[in-house]
Design a protein. Structure first.
Length: 123
């Protein structure tokens, strides 16, 4: 059975997995080169201590099909193929933001994310 949480509701996450910084570090990575990167918010299914737990997450993709997830340890945060990353995280839902859209969403919500209402459907 799947359990659902929002990434900033940390009650159901084991203590050793409470990093909670994916939206912040992904935005920071995106801002390194907004013309190169796309900021992505999505729903992933956890593994290991988070097995079967679906939650909102954030990462960055480049235009060459690489994913950068700064919450993963080296060397995994140094670029993975999008296909591998999406299969690993069983990613079902994503919202993608380019430079202009990121600025609009930051201005509108005043938070790092998630910004789209689709993520609210995960109680």
């Amino acid at each position: 059975m799947k359990r659902y949480i929002r990434s900033y509701n940390l009650d159901d996450i084991p203590e050793e997995n409470k990093h909670g910084s994916c939206f912040v570090v992904s935005l920071e990575k995106f801002m390194e080169d907004p013309k190169r990167y796309i900021l992505v918010h999505g729903v992933v299914t956890g593994q290991g201590a988070l097995e079967g737990l679906q939650y909102c997450h954030a990462w960055v993709e480049d235009k060459f099909g690489n994913v950068y997830d700064e919450t993963l340890p080296f060397p995994f945060n140094n670029g993975l193929s999008k296909e591998f990353y999406y299969n690993l995280g069983k990613i079902e839902i994503t919202k993608r933001y380019d430079g202009n859209k990121v600025l609009q969403m930051l201005d509108k919500y005043g938070t790092y994310g998630p910004w789209d209402k689709v993520f609210e459907s995960y109680p």
